[in-house]
Design a protein around this ligand. Structure first.
Ligand SMILES: Nc1ncnc2c1ncn2[C@@H]1O[C@H](COP(=O)(O)OP(=O)(O)OP(=O)(O)O)[C@@H](O)[C@H]1O
Ligand SMILES: [Mg+2]
Length: 486
């Protein structure tokens, strides 16, 4: 449920706005003056404020400045009458989200409001890491990054290392691996988490417009530039910008970004005034930037500036052991969202989901579980595999008897092992039909397991034997056999 606060001294305007903005997901609050608005912002913490600039007593700009003092992250859309857009532009410089000129078309207002609510969600929805996730967090206002595999723990470690700082971060990973989610976690753990967070998808905006969007422009800078526009960097001053799909950014814009990073300054398109900005940049790409550099499509100097810390998001097929936890998490979320009570998943279904190679990564898994939750009747999850190109793996999926098992518990060691073994088996099926090679692999696996466990437990053999469920003597003989250095 979103709360929108409407502020206008004209009753008719408030009524009209309420009519066009109210929905099942939106609760409307109304204020007739700036003073009243300030009170309501404190008390109700709305996701969005839509406010008139001209009001008696306290004008909109003053009210806006006060509101920003209370909540620097507050998203505000300004409404201005004809001839007062200058004040609206002033408000944008101070961090207003957008403005609209009266009279406006309702669809235009609805569009701006929808965009603002999306931005508010990205900024305000807390993102927690799996290792600190609590049961009560599985609701609609908290997002979690799930997965306790080594690969995911490396991600958490990096997020932890840079928490409280403002250094640039580059996120690299295939589509659907959680780059946006991690960007938000980095932001929530930064020293700028009480300042705005704005996301820009560089691939979704045409090259010619991207620069204008990021840096703004002056009146007359190009055809159609009827008045000055404030860009995202200026608007987001003091905050964090998430530049998504940075590999798609044109060279010319890259040069300007480099300047922001090095000199903390910019000029609006068509302008000569130098503007100082202080913005943290988190960027993401699913492209091979190194290759882009070789191809002359990405500036090497910019790469090193953006890449002070690099976080690699693993493809889902590289951390299959997290699949059961992810499924459990999505089931809980969608049970909650769609009012269902699904508590079981057939073992065969689980095995199929683990065996699949997931080209669309976690997003694909999330979508499949969502669709399944919506269409399932009863308490056993029924997954429709017709949209999943399981055949694309090139292997048949082992059919295991279709018994129903309880949902895997998030921390069960056996289950983890079980899913890892399945993933391993799947890999082994791709190997040439050579028994020696396979036997060798089994040995390697045991050795690796012992090594890793010892390593984790700082060489403590008693604990290692206990964890692996073997006697200490067996462990000793294995260590000797494999020549493992304890
Ligand atoms: N480890 C994870 N735990 C829980 N949910 C995840 C995880 N990784 C991704 N998701 C979910 O999967 C979906 C896709 O994630 P996200 O948008 O962050 O991916 P992305 O890497 O930005 O993809 P793209 O490159 O296509 O933009 C989101 O709904 C996100 O919440
Ligand atoms: Mg993304």
């Amino acid at each position: 449920m979103h709360k929108i606060l409407l502020v206008d001294d004209e009753k008719n305007m408030l009524a009209m706005l309420e009519r066009i903005l109210k929905s099942d997901e939106v609760e409307i609050l109304k204020a007739a003056s700036g003073k009243e608005a300030i009170k309501l912002v404190k008390k109700e913490q709305p996701q969005l404020v839509v406010m008139d600039l001209q009001m008696p007593e306290m004008d909109g700009l003053t009210a806006f400045t006060e509101i920003k003092k209370i909540t620097p992250k507050q998203l505000v859309i300004m409404m201005t009458g004809f001839g007062t857009t200058n004040t609206a532009i002033e408000a944008m410089k101070l961090g207003a989200y957008d403005y609209i000129t009266k009279p406006f078309d309702p669809p235009k207002m609805q569009e701006i409001v929808a965009n603002a609510l999306k931005a508010s969600e990205l900024m305000n929805e807390v993102v927690v890491l799996d290792d600190v996730l609590e049961a009560k967090d599985v609701n609609l206002n908290v997002r979690a990054i799930i997965g306790m595999s080594t690969r995911m723990q490396e991600v958490y470690k990096k997020i932890g290392q840079i928490s409280g700082s403002s250094i640039p971060v580059l996120l690299i990973g295939e589509s659907g691996t959680g780059k946006e989610l991690v960007a938000r976690a980095v932001y929530h753990n930064s020293n700028r988490n009480n300042k705005p967070f704005l996301a820009i998808n560089c691939a979704a905006i045409p090259d010619t417009l991207l620069e204008a969007e990021l840096f703004g422009y002056e009146k007359g800078a190009f055809t159609g530039a009827v008045e000055r526009k404030i860009g995202k960097f200026e608007q987001c001053n003091g905050g964090t910008i998430f530049l998504d799909e940075i590999g798609d950014m044109p060279m010319q814009t890259q040069a300007k970004i480099l300047r922001v990073l090095q000199e903390h300054e910019l000029e609006r398109v068509g302008g000569s005034e130098t503007i100082k900005v202080d913005v943290r940049i988190i960027s993401a790409t699913n492209k091979e930037l190194k290759k882009q550099i070789t191809d002359g499509k990405f500036r090497e100097d910019l790469f090193y500036r953006l890449n002070v810390i690099q976080i690699d998001l693993p493809a889902l097929r590289e951390h299959k052991q997290d699949i059961p936890d992810l499924i459990t998490y999505f089931l809980k979320r969608f049970n909650y969202e769609f009012g269902k009570n699904i508590s079981e998943i057939p073992k065969k279904t689980l095995d199929q989901l683990i065996a699949y190679h997931w080209p669309g990564n976690v997003r694909e898994l999330e979508n499949i579980i969502k669709r399944a939750v919506v269409t399932t009747i009863g308490k056993t999850l029924k997954v429709d595999f017709t949209h999943v190109s399981l055949a694309a793996t090139g292997k048949s999926i082992p059919i295991i008897e279709d018994t129903v098992v309880a949902l895997p518990s998030v921390s069960s060691f056996e289950e983890l092992l079980d899913s890892m073994t399945d993933a391993m088996l799947e890999r082994m099926l791709t190997l040439p039909d050579d028994n020696l090679l396979r036997a060798d692999l089994m040995g390697k696996l045991e050795k690796l397991l012992i090594l890793k466990t010892l390593d984790k437990l700082k060489g403590n053999q008693v604990q290692t034997a206990k964890l692996l469920g073997i006697t200490r003597n067996t462990l000793r003989s294995r260590i000797e056999h494999y020549g493992v250095q304890a």
